[in-house]
Design a binder for this molecule. Structure first.
Ligand SMILES: Nc1ncnc2c1ncn2[C@@H]1O[C@H](COP(=O)(O)OP(=O)(O)OP(=O)(O)O)[C@@H](O)[C@H]1O
Length: 619
C-alpha cells in the first residue's frame, strides 16, 4: 500500500481548504469544532477521513469510527468518504449512528451482562406508550403501591435513570420502581427494551468488561462525532466509557444553532465536556460555503433575534453573483392567491431552465394541507409535486427512501432496467457483500459479490420480463429482490428488521409507493426519477429539511406565534433557513388565522433586509 506524504496531501477537486478548516482536517490531536450551517462540517470530516487513511496517519489495521446521530447523516458521510477515497482505503472507515454502535456492543457482548440485566438474544426495541406504562403500573401495583403516584413522564425518568443501583439507595422507592421496570422489560421469552436501555447496557458492558473496552480501543485510532450538539447524557456517557483515557483522537463537530434535539435532552455544555474529558482543543469554522452572500447576511441577522452574542459567519461565496430577489417576503390576501402565486413563480422558473427539484416548500406543520392547496395548481401547470411527509404504512416517503431494504431494491431495479443514476452497481454489490460477510477488497469477496449481483438482477429481470413500469406491481418487485433468504440477511444486518413486521411494512410501503410513481406511458427512467424525487418539487416540514440543500426555499404557514416562543423553535427555523443556496421566500396570507400574530416577525425580517412585496395570485 502506498501512502501519500503528509505535506503532499491535497483536498479533493472543487474543495477549498484553508486556515482552520485545513487545520481540522490534518489535526493530530482531539478537537471540538463549532461551525454554523453550511460551513462544510460533513465535507471536512470526509476530507479528514481521506487524509488520515491515505497518509497512513490511521495505519492498518486500525480504523476510523464516525458516529452520527441520524441514519441519513451517517450514510451521507460514508458516501462522501467513498466518493473521495480510494477503495483500498475507505473500507477502514465506519460510519454508524450512536444507536447502532451501542446495539452492536450489546449484541456482541450481551452474554457478559448479569442475568437480571441481560435481554434475550431475540430482544426487540420499543418506545413505551401510555398503554405500556399502564400495563407496567398494573403489573406491579400490589408489590409497589406507590406506583400510582408516578405519571408516565416521571416513570420514564426513573426507569431510565442511572442503572444498576448507582443513583438511588436500595431502600429508596424509586430504586424499587427502576428494578421492577427492568424486570418487566427483560424477563420474558422475548425482552422488549428501549433505545435508552440499549445505550445503558452498552455503557455497562464497556465499564465492566475491560477486554471489550480494550478491543474497541485497539480497533479505532480516530473517532468522529458528527452533529455533536445533539448528544444527550446517556449518549455522552457511552462515548466516555468507550474512549475516555484511550489514545483515540476525537473530532467532535457540531453547531449549537442546529441543536434540533434539545427536546430530547441534548446537553447544552457538550462541547465544553469534550474539551475537559478528552483534552479537545476548541476551534470555530466561520465560513458558509452553501449560501450566497445575501442569504448568509440574512442568517446572521436572524440569529441576532434569538441569541445575544452570536458569532457571525462569512460567505465563502462572497464573489458569486446574488439574484436581485435573493431574499423576499410575499404577502397575499388569501391562501388561494398564495397557491397560485407560488405555482406561477415555480412554473416560470422551470420554463427558464430551472429544475423542479431545485425548489422546496417548507412549513412547520400541516404540510398535507399545503399540499392539498398547491396540488391542483401544480397539476394544471404539469409540474410534479411531492409531500415528503406522505405516509405509506405509517412510513413517510422521505424515511422510506432511506430504508436499507428500499435502497437495495432500488439499486437492483436500476440495474435490471439499465438506469444508472447513483452508482446502483456499487450500492447493490455492497449490500450483497454485507449480507454475506464478504470483504470486497479480497479477490474471493469481489468475485462472490459480482456473481451475487448478477443473480439478483437476473431474478428481478425475469419478473419484469420486458414489461413497462406501470405493468408491474410494486410488491412483485419487492418480493423478487427481497426473497425470504434476503429477508433473513437483511434482518441479520439491520437490527430494526429483526422485527419481521417492520421489514414487511417497509416492503409493503415500497410496493404501494412504487405503484403511485409508475404511470402508464412513462418510461422506467421516469418511474425511477419519480420514486427518487428527480423532476418533482418537494414539500416538507422544516424539521425534516436538516442536512439538505435547495436552490430556492419557500417558507409558508409561518403564521403561528407559538413558533417563536422557544429557542428550540428558533433553532429549527435557522436550520431550515440555511438550506437555501440562492433564494429564500417568506410567504404570508392575510386570511390565515395566525396572521395577526406575525407582525413582529415580519418587522424583524424587514429589519434583517427582507424586502416584502404585496402579491396577487396572478403571475
Ligand atoms: N471547503 C469547501 N470548498 C467548497 N465547497 C464546500 C466546502 N465545504 C463544503 N462545501 C459545499 O458547501 C455545501 C455545504 O457543505 P456541508 O453539507 O458539508 O456543510 P454542513 O456544515 O455539513 O451543512 P449543514 O450542517 O448546514 O447541513 C455543500 O454543497 C458542499 O459541497
Amino acid at each position: 500500500m502506498t501512502y501519500t506524504a503528509l505535506d503532499a496531501w491535497s483536498a479533493s477537486a472543487g474543495i477549498k481548504l484553508e486556515g482552520t478548516a485545513l487545520e481540522v482536517v490534518k489535526s493530530m490531536r482531539s478537537l471540538s469544532v463549532l461551525a454554523g450551517p453550511g460551513a462544510g462540517k460533513t465535507e471536512i470530516l470526509a476530507q479528514r477521513a481521506n487524509f488520515l487513511l491515505t497518509t497512513g496517519t490511521c495505519p492498518p489495521p486500525r480504523r476510523i469510527l464516525a458516529i452520527a446521530f441520524k441514519v441519513d447523516a451517517a450514510r451521507n458521510l460514508l458516501e462522501r468518504v467513498q466518493a473521495r477515497c480510494d477503495p483500498l482505503f475507505w473500507p477502514r472507515f465506519e460510519s454508524l449512528t450512536l444507536h447502532s454502535f451501542a446495539k452492536r456492543i450489546l449484541d456482541q457482548f450481551r452474554e457478559a451482562l448479569p442475568d437480571d440485566e441481560r435481554p434475550t438474544a431475540n430482544y426487540r426495541i420499543f418506545a413505551p406508550n401510555a398503554a405500556i406504562w399502564n400495563d407496567f403500573r398494573r403489573s406491579v401495583e400490589t408489590e409497589i403501591p406507590a406506583i400510582s403516584g408516578y405519571n408516565n413522564d416521571s416513570l420514564s425518568k426513573v426507569a431510565h435513570s442511572e442503572p444498576f443501583g448507582g443513583l438511588f439507595p436500595d431502600n429508596d422507592g424509586r430504586e424499587r420502581v427502576r428494578k421492577a421496570w427492568w424486570k418487566f422489560c427483560i424477563q420474558s421469552s422475548q425482552s422488549s427494551i428501549t433505545f435508552d436501555m440499549v445505550l445503558l447496557l452498552a455503557t455497562r458492558i464497556l465499564q465492566t468488561q475491560q477486554v471489550v473496552q480494550s478491543a474497541l480501543r485497539r480497533t479505532y485510532s480516530h473517532v468522529f462525532l458528527d452533529e455533536f450538539q445533539d448528544v444527550n447524557e446517556f449518549q455522552y456517557r457511552l462515548i466516555v466509557a468507550a474512549f475516555s483515557g484511550s489514545d483515540a483522537v476525537l473530532t467532535g463537530v457540531g453547531d449549537t444553532n442546529q441543536a434540533i434535539m434539545k427536546y430530547a435532552g441534548a446537553l447544552p455544555d457538550v462541547f465544553q465536556r469534550l474539551e475537559a474529558d478528552f483534552f479537545a482543543t476548541p476551534r470555530r469554522l466561520l465560513f458558509n460555503f452553501r449560501s450566497n452572500a445575501a442569504i448568509v447576511g440574512l442568517i446572521n441577522s436572524v440569529v441576532t433575534l434569538f441569541e445575544s452574542n452570536p458569532v457571525p459567519t462569512e460567505a465563502a461565496r462572497k464573489d458569486d453573483p446574488v439574484p436581485p430577489d435573493a431574499i423576499e417576503g410575499w404577502i397575499f390576501s388569501t391562501r388561494e392567491d398564495e397557491s397560485i402565486g407560488i405555482t406561477d413563480f415555480i412554473s416560470s422558473e422551470i420554463g427558464n431552465g430551472r429544475r423542479p427539484e431545485d425548489f422546496v416548500v417548507l412549513a412547520r406543520s400541516y404540510i398535507g394541507n399545503v399540499e392539498d392547496r398547491l396540488r391542483p395548481h401544480f397539476i394544471a401547470k404539469g409540474i410534479k409535486i411531492r409531500n415528503e411527509s406522505r405516509k405509506f404504512r405509517e412510513i413517510e416517503i422521505q424515511d422510506l427512501l432511506k430504508e436499507p431494504a428500499v435502497r437495495f431494491i432500488m439499486a437492483t431495479l436500476k440495474l435490471a432496467v439499465n438506469a444508472r443514476f447513483g452508482s446502483p452497481f456499487q450500492v447493490c454489490r455492497d449490500f450483497l457483500a454485507e449480507f454475506e460477510g464478504w470483504d470486497i477488497a479480497s479477490e474471493r469477496g469481489l468475485a462472490g459479490s459480482l456473481s451475487a449481483v448478477r443473480l439478483v438482477v437476473d431474478g428481478l429481470s425475469a419478473v419484469l420480463s420486458d414489461r413497462g413500469a406501470a405493468d408491474v406491481a410494486g410488491t412483485s418487485i419487492a418480493e423478487a429482490v427481497v426473497t425470504e433468504i434476503r429477508k433473513a440477511q437483511l434482518s441479520r444486518a439491520y437490527g430494526d428488521y429483526r422485527n419481521k413486521d417492520r421489514l414487511d411494512a417497509v416492503l409493503a410501503a415500497f410496493g404501494e409507493f412504487y405503484d403511485t410513481c409508475a404511470h402508464k406511458d412513462e418510461t422506467w427512467e421516469q418511474c425511477i426519477d419519480a420514486i427518487e424525487g428527480r423532476g418533482v418539487v418537494r414539500l416538507m416540514t422544516i424539521h425534516k429539511s436538516k442536512g439538505l440543500e435547495y436552490h430556492t426555499v419557500f417558507f409558508v404557514e409561518l403564521n403561528d406565534d407559538v413558533f417563536w416562543n422557544s429557542q428550540d423553535d428558533a433553532n429549527v427555523f435557522l436550520v431550515a433557513l440555511s438550506r437555501a443556496r440562492e433564494r429564500v421566500k417568506f410567504s404570508f396570507c392575510e386570511d390565515s388565522s395566525g396572521f395577526k400574530n406575525v407582525r413582529q416577525f415580519i418587522t424583524s425580517l424587514e429589519n434583517a433586509g427582507v424586502n416584502f412585496l404585496r402579491k396577487t395570485g396572478a403571475a
